[in-house]
Design a protein around this ligand. Sequence first.
Ligand code: CA
Length: 238
Amino acid sequence: MNIKKVLIVEDEADIRELIEYNLRKQGYSTESSRDGLDALGKIRKGGIGLILLDLMLPGMDGLELCRLIKSGKDTAGIPVIMLTARSEEIDKVLGLELGADDYVTKPFSPRELMARVKAVLRRYTPVSGTEPGLISAGKLVIDPDRYSVMKDGKSVELSAMEFKLLLYLAQRPGKVMSRDFLLDAVWGDESYVEPRTVDVHVRRLREKIEDDPSNPEYILTKRGIGYYFTREAGGKKG
Ligand code: CA
């Protein structure tokens, strides 16, 4: 698959052309669609590495198309960045049901959009030099099969829930998730869990995995929204 081919789904010609122009300038190849059905055809043909998807489209809207992409066996793995003018849709767009990988609110600057495209694609590129299945980030190595976490080669003791939360975050690096989203995804149907529970677990995790819990490098806070994991902590250690 050509990871660099980006499909732009946008009915407004000037926005579509602006995005195409900027992507090509950055060395990406592009395809574009004005509506969801046409987009679906192109996606199913294969070769698309990333989809920029406008929310408001004639006919099938962006939400419906995103749901189809993320529920299709062959298409679920294609990253989707939603373009939206409505910030109240963001929770829904990034939520479990739709599962978009990121969003950009209109109006956006080309520079901002290009940064998001780059970040999402990087997130989808496997880290080399790691045993398959292991997740490594900075000094951390997470082993999903053994339910173990090592930091600097030393084992870190986590509760089952702390491990589950860390693994969930680490498997989706860069994806910002709200407390409610994480409660649904990690705690599931356990009753009587409050959004604050997520904060408590994040705090405990930081105490165990971060060099400086008050200045975290792995589990970061997106103010007003939630949390995300970054693999780039290793880049800072010098
Ligand atoms: Ca539109």
